[in-house]
Design a protein around this ligand. Structure first.
Ligand SMILES: Nc1ncnc2c1ncn2[C@@H]1O[C@H](COP(=O)(O)OP(=O)(O)OP(=O)(O)O)[C@@H](O)[C@H]1O
Length: 235
């Protein structure tokens, strides 16, 4: 039985710069991600991992190729609808957190709901419910910057989850954390995958983190060179 992939990227190419400074970051790359899967994108620094993730997450457009989301050609959508897909269906977790420094934890977490036009009272309820889940409700009125690294990343995951996304894209999600805190953040992501069926796409250098994913996709010099699947004893 084959189901429609949640993400189906075909023949993606992307170059940066022009003339002699032109650099081909991705060359004819195709990648399918199925609903509920966890996929690690791995490779050396500069291999094109983040570029690939940004394109399949509709944060950037390729020079050539197509990206479908749930069977629909996402790149041909009008800009407004494309941002709606991104805002409603995707959650983002980046190494650098990207929290708004002066704003409260709650305001940071509920930002995707604000963008989606959800009224204030409901935003607050949903934001607090997610923070509660991560034992951060007592930090709701703190400034987002006045938190530990692990707490910040849990705030970022709360923000990624508040819209009940179908896919979470994480780019080196544990890169700024010590190993124990990183492990807690990883566990949180895999719990969401297992318990809620949220699809995970994780860009990482970390072999242990990659090994926890159902599938590993290896990128080298802008090309997918191989793939492997989790063996049961790596679980
Ligand atoms: N905005 C840009 N302008 C010019 N070149 C870029 C730009 N973004 C990325 N590149 C180049 O494209 C290549 C791929 O970058 P990308 O960030 O996708 O790699 P990566 O595998 O994610 O690397 P890292 O693990 O270091 O984050 C790199 O050689 C990078 O220098």
């Amino acid at each position: 039985m084959t189901s429609t992939p949640i993400i189906d990227a075909k023949n993606i190419s992307k170059a940066y710069g022009s003339g002699t400074g032109r650099f081909e970051a991705l060359r004819d790359v195709s990648l399918r991600v199925h609903r509920g899967e966890s996929v690690a994108i791995v490779g050396k620094s500069g291999s094109g991992k983040s570029t690939l993730m940004h394109i399949i997450a509709l944060l950037d457009v390729p020079d050539a190729g197509t990206v479908s989301f749930a069977g629909q050609d996402a790149l041909s959508l009008p800009a407004k609808q494309m941002s709606e897909v991104r805002n409603k269906e995707f959650g983002f977790v980046f190494q650098q957190f990207f929290l708004t420094p002066g704003a409260s934890v709650l305001d940071n977490v509920t930002l995707p709901l604000k963008i989606a036009g959800v009224p204030g009272k409901l935003r607050k309820e949903r934001g607090l419910a997610v923070l509660e889940q991560f034992e951060l409700a007592d930090k709701a009125s703190n400034k987002a910057t006045d938190l530990s690294g692990g707490q910040k990343q849990r705030v970022v995951i709360s923000r990624a989850l508040v819209n009940e996304p179908s896919v979470i894209f994480a780019d080196e999600p544990t890169g700024n954390l010590d190993s124990a805190t990183g492990r807690v953040v990883e566990d949180t992501l895999f719990d969401l995958n297992r318990d809620l069926g949220i699809t995970l796409v994780i860009v990482t250098h970390d072999e242990d983190l990659a090994a926890r994913c159902d599938r590993q996709v290896f990128v080298h010099d802008g090309v997918i060179v191989s793939e492997s699947r989790k063996t049961e004893d790596a679980a």
